[in-house]
Design a protein around this ligand. Structure first.
Ligand code: SF4
Length: 177
């Protein structure tokens, strides 16, 4: 049993929810898709211009890519959540919340490493933006706003993107070293 396995188990125990799959990859295995920020601009989630973790405040994909690629190893994990049907938006929101609780716990376990979770930073009920972030050390970035192509990541990392009908799978990355 290696250290990462123990950290993951301990985070799962703290949160009371399981990681579905995890793997450590090299930074070169990440794919970036700058066009993803165009989806953010459509503001379907309502967080565009409302969170430090989302565009435009989080910076361009190029800026975020440059930061992420300063690290050598990337920890990737997913969580899988059951839905009533493919329109179960409440179930998706609950799943995202549980996923981000695990992301926050793993951030602590990995020595306050930089984490990119699902959607906008979940730490505060309402982000302080545009006032200064009161908890920069707790902030969780957005994997989508960083332009990370999760579909490609699932292929290169060997992690399932789709875990069956009426389920949703969320992805996070943690920058290790
Ligand atoms: S920690 Fe709070 S204020 Fe800071 S980015 Fe996250 S939600 Fe916004």
């Amino acid at each position: 049993m290696n250290d990462i396995y123990l950290l993951v188990s301990s985070a799962e125990d703290e949160v009371g929810a399981p990681v579905h799959e995890w793997v450590e990859i090299e930074k070169g295995e990440l794919s970036f898709l700058p066009e993803l920020i165009d989806y953010c601009r459509t503001n379907v989630c309502g967080k565009y211009g409302k969170s430090w973790a989302c565009p435009p405040a989080c910076g361009t994909v190029e800026e975020q890519k440059e930061k992420i690629l300063r690290y050598g190893k990337i920890f990737v994990f997913t969580t899988r959540h059951e839905l009533e049907d493919s329109f179960d938006h409440d179930g998706m929101a609950r799943g995202r919340e549980r996923h981000n609780l695990l992301a926050a716990e793993l951030k602590k376990k990995f020595g306050n490493a930089s984490v990119y979770g699902a959607g906008a930073c979940p730490v505060c009920e309402t982000c302080a933006f545009p006032s200064p972030c009161p908890f920069p050390e707790k902030m969780i970035g957005s994997i989508e706003a960083a332009g990370i192509d999760v579909t490609e990541l699932s292929k290169t990392a060997g992690i399932a993107y789709n875990n069956g009908p009426n389920t949703v799978t969320y992805f996070s990355i943690i920058l290790l070293k």
